[in-house]
Design a protein around this ligand. Structure first.
Ligand code: COA
Length: 179
């Protein structure tokens, strides 16, 4: 998978040596309270990345990408991409930024480039995001990218001991390309 470059960012598949940088913000369980993955240690992240397939398009695996601030060569966040369904023509995306680097447009810039790459280079048909309705920053982010709200599912996701609601946003390739 090629590296994606934007005006300010480099986005590439995570490597085991990224684990410490990822843990520095993923360990903030308050900031990441709506995230499904709360890693307990740097080693948990390192093991996950180590075992991650290197061939894209494997279904139902979360491919972890890192977001690097190009000028400073600083890891500021990550993106998770899951190729859903047996057809592998669809993907789910998610994004997490270190708190220090939020509010600067990096998530919008990075996700826009990733969505563009998935549609144009990987020929995906549909991309979705699954968001907790209380996660206002995430909703703003996905709506900024032009995703449509397709459904609000009541108590459809089991998050650390409670059933929570889930909103699905989606974008079709033809909507993105024609835009
Ligand atoms: C979801 C998350 C990545 C969004 O981060 P974010 O910083 O709000 O998003 P962006 O990086 O795109 O920044 C957008 C903000 O930067 C501002 N901004 C500043 N400089 C900018 C620039 N040069 N270009 C674009 N926007 C800029 C925008 O106006 C916007 O501010 P606003 O939210 O007050 O309108 C972040 O809240 C997060 O990591 N949350 C925890 C993890 C999580 O729950 N993830 C969702 C799981 S799907």
């Amino acid at each position: 998978m090629k590296t994606i470059k934007t005006a300010r960012l480099i986005i590439r598949l995570a490597i085991p040596d990224d684990a410490e940088g990822i843990y520095s913000y993923r360990s903030d369980f308050i900031e990441n309270k709506y995230q499904g993955w709360h890693p307990d240690s740097v080693d948990e992240i390192r093991d996950y990345i180590h075992n991650m397939p290197q061939t894209m398009d494997v279904a139902d695996i979360c491919f972890q990408f890192v977001i690097i601030l190009a000028d400073e060569n600083q890891l500021i966040g990550d993106m998770g991409i899951i190729f859903t369904n047996h057809d592998k023509m669809q993907a789910e995306i998610g994004c997490t930024l270190h708190k220090k680097f939020q509010g600067k447009g990096y998530a919008t810039e990075g996700l826009k480039a990733m969505v563009d790459f998935l549609f144009k280079a990987h020929n995906k048909h549909r991309i979705i995001a699954s968001i907790d309705p209380r996660n206002k920053a995430s909703i703003q982010l996905i709506e900024r990218l032009g995703f449509r709200k397709e459904g609000h599912f009541r108590e459809s996701y089991y998050l650390r001991g409670e059933w929570v609601d889930d909103i699905i946003y989606a974008m079709l390739k033809k909507e993105w390309v024609d835009n």
